[in-house]
Design a protein around this ligand. Structure first.
Ligand SMILES: C[S@@+](CC[C@H](N)C(=O)[O-])C[C@H]1O[C@@H](n2cnc3c(N)ncnc32)[C@H](O)[C@@H]1O
Length: 223
């Protein structure tokens, strides 16, 4: 059985994720660039669903005025994150987003590809917990799988992902496994639904940060 909810066991996650999620490294680029532009210094940063800690590693490449709090329900993912970030200012918690209890502690909260496993009420709770975890004027950035607005457009988007997977992974059975997880193990929602969810959690400033045919990033400020 898999040791986390992604398609890959922790030990092979890093090796495979770039060929599975188009633009994976671009999510981090966008987050790092946004946080730089907002201009926060000496950042308390919570990354929930941190997986193997790649975002934190990327952040530390360009700045060291950050203390990371890394949360994930998978012990195995967190172990890898801890090893990759040895010597860095981090602390870890084995907890899913919908169970976090942080209150007004963070300047930045990120959740990258970690809430699309959740049922609607759990997802609402997860986003509410990210909102509560932020200090006033803090920023929440989330990247998630998205669904297109109609069945017709969603089919085209899914076909594009299937083509990407076929080109990169080669094995038709593995491609099928990924496609078949949609609606069964992962539950993408539309951009409009994401924006509504963020507004309902209490965020007033809610914007799309970046989008492709399969994922979108959103940034929301607590003010
Ligand atoms: C696709 S990986 C993304 C990891 C990392 N954020 C990245 O971008 O590489 C999904 C991660 O979400 C975690 N996860 C699963 N359910 C979660 C939940 N309810 N709350 C937070 N993280 C969750 C998994 O353990 C896994 O580490």
């Amino acid at each position: 059985m898999n040791d986390n909810k992604s398609a890959y066991n922790s030990g092979i996650y890093d090796k495979n994720i770039v060929s599975t999620l188009p633009y994976y490294l671009e999510y981090h680029n966008q987050i790092i660039d946004l946080v730089k532009a907002i201009g926060i210094k000496d950042i308390e940063w919570l990354d929930t669903g941190c997986g193997t800690g790649t975002l934190a590693c990327r952040v530390f490449e360009s700045r060291d005025d950050v203390r990371f709090t890394l949360c994930d329900p998978s012990e195995q993912m967190l172990e890898i994150a801890k090893n990759k970030l040895a010597g860095r200012d981090i602390r870890t918690f084995t907890v899913p987003s919908q169970m976090m209890t942080f209150d007004s502690e963070f300047d930045v909260v990120t959740a990258v590809q970690s809430h699309h496993y959740l049922k609607p009420d759990e997802r609402r709770q997860a986003v509410a917990n990210c909102f509560r975890a932020l200090k006033d004027k803090g920023v929440f950035v989330t990247f998630e799988n998205i669904r297109m607005t109609t069945e017709t457009s969603d089919k085209v988007a899914l076909k594009r992902w299937e083509n990407f997977l076929s080109d990169n992974l080669k094995d038709p059975d593995i491609v099928k496994m990924h496609i078949n997880r949609r609606g069964v193990e992962v539950f993408p929602i539309t951009i409009e639904e994401h924006i509504k969810l963020l507004r309902e959690a209490g965020f007033k400033s809610v914007d799309v940060l970046w989008t492709s045919y399969l994922q979108a990033g959103f940034w929301a400020m607590k003010e």
